[in-house]
Design a protein around this ligand. Structure first.
Ligand code: GDP
Length: 337
């Protein structure tokens, strides 16, 4: 049985009842690096997990800056709310994780959605490593689900790594593309395309409508030549306009169809289990690295070895083994881990 402190219990009760300020405080706790906060965050996330709510649809959304992600999320999110859903929006922003700057997640975005009671929009945490931000985002998703949000959108941007992280915490991955971008399906873009379960060619309106049609055709051809990620689903490309709202319902139809197939085939549950396992091991290595970094004896020893690696007198692989050996020895003699 889970034992949680009274303060965390109050926060949990607030989150369960759908109170937004409790949810905000809970997520702040999850994002905190303070040791006492980490303990409370663990209690809170455990309590939320044990609620056993029905699965929410976790949907990743990516695309280059300017493709219309925030405009799309605003319009699409409002449409879902009008259909009776509750929508949360998280951001995993690789630029803020690195530099404290931000491509995503500044507060003026998605104003209508942010002001709606049935939506919860959370900017990307402004500090931490990409891995840390991603881990916190997964915990935050669990909190929003406990609070009754049944559609979780996770927005990201950028180069391979952040997309890979996000694809490991969501059930479906949607890629937004620009009209005219079908000609350059090489390299990185192709890699991201391989993660996509659905491609939305946004801005299919006005003078861009014809180009959007052509891009969709090119994408459909490219998608048919790729090996599908899932045995039961062939990724599709759909034209839409976040500004006029054209085809947003078709995007939603495709997403619903995806989840229906995904549930019926048992893949959805299997994916969730696999993801849980992966995050467990990822967290094990994070924790070990962080403990190692705080161990004075190991740190001092590592500094010496580092110097030898730098001047070329010691191979990095040998140094790594010695550092780990030192850490284990230090842990074995320490009163607490
Ligand atoms: P993000 O950087 O991907 O979040 O892109 P934004 O949502 O900020 O949009 C970038 C620009 O594209 C803005 O000027 C939007 O008004 C415009 N835009 C977004 N969606 C559409 C659309 O469906 N049609 C048209 N014509 N413009 C759009």
């Amino acid at each position: 049985r889970l034992i949680i402190s009274p303060a965390v219990q109050r926060l949990f009760d607030g989150i369960k009842s759908g109170d937004r300020s409790s949810l905000a405080r809970g997520i702040t706790l999850v994002e905190s690096t303070r040791e006492d906060h980490r303990g409370q965050a663990r209690e809170l996330v455990s309590a939320c997990t044990q609620m056993n709510r029905p699965k929410s649809m976790r949907i990743g959304l990516t695309g280059t800056p300017g493709v219309g992600k925030s405009t799309f999320i605003e319009a699409f999110g409002m449409m879902l709310i009008n259909k009776g859903h509750r929508v949360s929006v998280m951001a995993v922003d690789p630029s803020s994780a690195r530099s404290g700057g931000s491509v995503l997640g500044d507060k003026t975005r998605m104003q209508e959605l942010s002001a709606t009671d049935d939506a919860y929009v959370r900017p990307s945490p402004s500090r931490g490593t990409l891995g840390g931000v991603a881990r916190n985002t997964l915990d935050s998703i669990i909190l929003t689900e406990a609070s009754g949000y049944d559609v979780c959108l996770v927005e990201t941007v950028g180069v391979g790594q952040s997309e890979t992280m996000v694809s490991e915490m969501v059930d479906m991955f949607v890629l937004l593309m620009q009209p005219g971008s079908g000609d350059e399906l090489q390299g990185v873009k192709r890699g991201i395309m391989e993660l996509a379960d659905l491609i939305v060619v946004n801005k299919a309106d006005g003078s861009l409508a014809a180009a959007a049609q052509q891009t969709r055709t090119q994408l459909m051809t490219a998608l048919h030549m790729m090996v599908p990620r899932r045995p039961t689903w062939t990724p599709k490309a759909v034209r839409a306009s976040a500004v006029t709202g054209h085809n947003l319902d078709r995007v939603w139809d495709n997403i619903q169809r995806y989840f229906t197939v995904f549930e019926e085939s048992g893949e959805w549950d299997a994916l969730r289990r696999e993801q849980q396992q992966k995050w467990m091991w990822r967290e094990v290595s994070n924790l070990l690295i962080s403990k190692l970094g705080k161990d004075t004896k190991t740190k001092e020893y590592a500094k010496v070895l580092e110097a030898d690696v730098l001047d070329g007198s010691l191979p990095p692989s040998v140094a790594a083994e010695q550092v780990v050996a030192k850490f284990l020895e230090s842990v074995a003699t320490a009163p607490t881990f």
